[in-house]
Design a protein around this ligand. Structure first.
Ligand SMILES: *[C@@H]1O[C@H](CO)[C@@H](O)[C@H](O)[C@H]1NC(C)=O
Ligand SMILES: *[C@@H]1O[C@H](CO)[C@@H](O)[C@H](O)[C@H]1NC(C)=O
Ligand SMILES: *[C@@H]1O[C@H](CO)[C@@H](O)[C@H](O)[C@H]1NC(C)=O
Length: 656
């Protein structure tokens, strides 16, 4: 066989071989063949032969028994066939008539555990090209496929890169990364971790900036064999920045008949996190529960930053998050509570028990808990049975009935359901009384919580009880259950009262809350005091007004007087003299008044007056004396003197 195959390759060496075989053996013969082949290849068309690369032969991983050989040739000719040759000192293996630039060979047909040379020959027409030789121990040559299924996630400032494992061992990876074309590549060579659960390689690129987007490419090779080859590079991967923050979602609710239109709006994520794209994922609990509208798709991915949907009156949770190639943001849960119905009506007893078979009916029972509604049961038969089993006496369930109309939910029933009612467990809390006037009191209290009402609260009983009366006097009023304030009128002033408030259900009245308060006395003293103060003020005011009027009138009423000369005098002589004079004049007036009562002593009066009033005054008086004063003239003098006294008075009260 060996002889035959050899002869088929070459005739030139035939003679030589026969001679050499005896002296040098097989090795020399093979060298002869090689030399011949080199000769023939160099004689073929130069340019095309130059483009024929030497082959690479390898396994795709260290576990397989399949070998792959690859080479390249740049030719436009279609009739090219290749021959792949594996050299061996005592054997030669060739694979002919290969039409591709690669071949797969099973291990059995190859020598894998020993170093061999291998090359490829291209045959086209009559010419032959031979590639350069490669050598190696085939078993040790492993070349992975280019990394596939690459995914990236940020973990703080580390970028975790995961991709499909080529074999069940950790590998070596080379990762290049850059922010963009203007920046240089960062390069890392690292041993990957092998995740057997996911059949994946994983490595972490430390100390990157998670707020930045990156371009990443990588290649890998086995760590198991001695002479591995690097795989081809992966395609360039765009890694967006981390979606670190929850989306801030704004909710707008519009109440419609039996439904609510919900509009969710959020701010788009940063540009670096939206490369090459970002999508927003929404889920809502009503759709996912298929109540009342069955929808096929419960996730609504969108690239918009707004979403509108219709929900029933029962509570619903929307969850919103952003997702990009490097992960997703934390989930924002938007809780939309049940449509507030402060005055829920009691359910028709039959309603909850009724067997409703309508398929588009969605029945729900909720329980009030911590100020919100918690689902107890939904329409499914199982749920209903569970509901019946778990339903308790004296517990209020909020019952909903929804329909799905034109793929939109509509709530048609919402009521409060009690299997059995009891009186309220507790009294209304925080009862306070405010005594505004002597005969009225306003009471305020906190509504009895649903949990403690133990029945449908129909009203409050508000009563007033007079204390310290031999005969107890109770007066009661009915107050709507929706109120928590009530004013009691027409109470007796100055009386101690007990005021009580109690919740009432179908089963009766619950415990009473009591507050004791004494109404104010009808306080007359207070009124009088105010009246007196007002009167006093009025009196003072009137007094001042009168005095002013009097002074104004006085000038007109009093007899006009000649100009008192004393005023001129005082103007000339200065203030101190004027004051002295005034004092003196006062004395004079007193004397004159005395004399007026005794008219016979007029002479004395004149003399005294004259002796006191010097200069001009004396002259004036003398002249008047010379003219022989009549009675009326005397009166004038007296008036003048009186007038002067009045002047003193006037000067003191001139500020009016
Ligand atoms: C292949 O040949 C063409 C023309 O001969 C040349 O333009 C091209 O660059 C060559 N390609 C390679 C990979 O050598
Ligand atoms: C809705 O969200 C609230 C908190 O936001 C949670 O308590 C409740 O269990 C959620 N309900 C559903 C049906 O997921
Ligand atoms: C008034 O209230 C007090 C305290 O709650 C109670 O002790 C008292 O018996 C009540 N009096 C009447 C007349 O109801």
């Amino acid at each position: 066989m060996e002889h035959l195959s050899l002869f088929s390759y070459t005739h030139t060496c035939k003679v030589l071989s026969l001679k050499l075989m005896e002296t040098l053996g097989w090795t020399s013969l093979l060298r002869c063949i090689s030399m011949f082949l080199v000769f023939t290849s160099s004689s073929a068309k130069g340019s095309e032969c130059e483009s024929l690369s030497s082959p690479q032969c390898f396994r795709r991983n260290s576990e397989t028994t399949f070998y792959v050989c690859e080479w390249r040739m740049n030719t436009t000719r279609r009739d090219v066939t290749f021959e792949l040759h594996f050299d061996r000192t005592d054997n030669d293996i060739s694979f002919e008539n290969i039409r591709e630039t690669h071949a797969e060979i099973v291990a059995e047909n190859l020598i894998t555990s020993r170093r061999v040379e291998f090359w490829v020959e291209a045959h086209a027409g009559g010419s032959v090209c031979k590639s350069n030789e490669t050598s190696g121990i085939l078993k040790q040559i492993v070349k992975f496929e280019a990394p596939e299924d690459i995914s990236v996630t940020w973990f703080q400032n580390h970028l975790n890169v995961t991709w499909k494992a080529a074999e069940n061992y950790p590998a070596l990876a080379e990762v290049w990364f850059r922010i963009d074309e203007t920046k240089s590549w960062g390069k890392r060579v690292k041993t990957t971790e092998f995740r057997s659960s996911k059949m994946a390689y994983q490595l972490s690129l430390e100390n990157l900036q998670k707020h930045t987007s990156y371009q990443v490419k990588l290649r890998h090779r086995t760590n198991v064999t001695a002479t591995p080859l690097w795989s081809e590079w992966s395609p360039l991967l765009i890694v967006p920045a981390e979606l670190e923050d929850k989306l801030e979602v704004n909710v707008t609710l519009k109440r419609l008949e039996g439904a609510r239109k919900v509009t969710l709006m959020w701010k788009p994520v940063d540009h670096a996190a939206a490369i090459p794209s970002v999508s927003y994922i929404l889920r809502d609990t009503q759709t996912s529960e298929g109540c009342p509208c069955e929808k096929e798709e419960e996730i609504h991915p969108t690239d918009k930053t707004e979403y509108t949907d219709y929900v029933s009156y029962s509570p619903v949770n929307f969850s919103v998050m952003a997702k990009n190639a490097a992960g997703s943001s934390p989930v924002t849960v938007v809780h939309i509570p049940a449509e507030p119905a402060p005055h829920l009506k009691p359910c028709n007893k039959k309603l909850a028990d009724a067997k409703r078979n309508e398929t588009n009916h969605c029945l729900e029972w909720y329980r009030l808990q911590d100020g919100d509604l918690k689902l107890v049961a939904r329409k499914t038969k199982r749920d209903k049975r569970l509901f019946r089993k778990s339903i308790k006496d004296y517990v209020g369930y909020i019952y909903f009935e929804h329909l799905c109309i034109d793929e939109k939910p509509k709530t048609v029933q919402m009521c409060l359901y009690y299997k059995k009612e009891n009186v309220p467990k507790i009294a209304p809390q925080d009862l306070l009384a405010f005594n505004e006037t002597h005969n009225s009191v306003t009471l305020t209290w906190k509504a009895i919580p649903e949990d403690d009402a133990r029945g449908f609260l129909t009203r409050y009983n508000v009563c007033s009880v007079k204390i310290n009366l031999q005969k107890e006097h109770i007066e009661c009023h009915t107050v709507a259950a929706s109120l928590s304030e009530y004013s009691l009128e027409n109470l007796t002033p100055g009386t101690k009262y007990n005021f009580t408030v109690a919740g009432v259900t179908k089963a009766g009245e619950g415990p009473k809350a009591t507050v004791t308060l004494k109404t104010q006395h009808l306080n007359l003293m207070k009124g009088w005091l105010i009246l007196a103060l007002v009167m006093a003020f009025l009196f003072i005011f009137l007094l001042m007004v009168c005095s002013c009027i009097w002074k104004k009138m006085k000038k007109k009423i009093l007899v006009p007087l000649p100009k008192p000369p004393i005023l001129e005098l005082s103007a000339h002589q200065g203030k101190s003299v004027h004051q002295d004079m005034l004092e003196e004049n006062e004395e004079v007036v007193n004397e004159v008044t005395l004399h007026k009562l005794l008219p016979k002593e007029e002479e004395d009066l004149e003399e005294t007056t004259m002796s006191l009033n010097r200069d001009d005054t004396q002259q004036a008086l003398r002249s008047s004396k010379e003219e022989e004063m009549t009675n009326t003239e005397q009166e004038d003098v007296l008036a003048l003197l009186r007038y002067r006294k009045g002047l003193i008075f006037e000067m003191k009260t001139d500020e009016c």
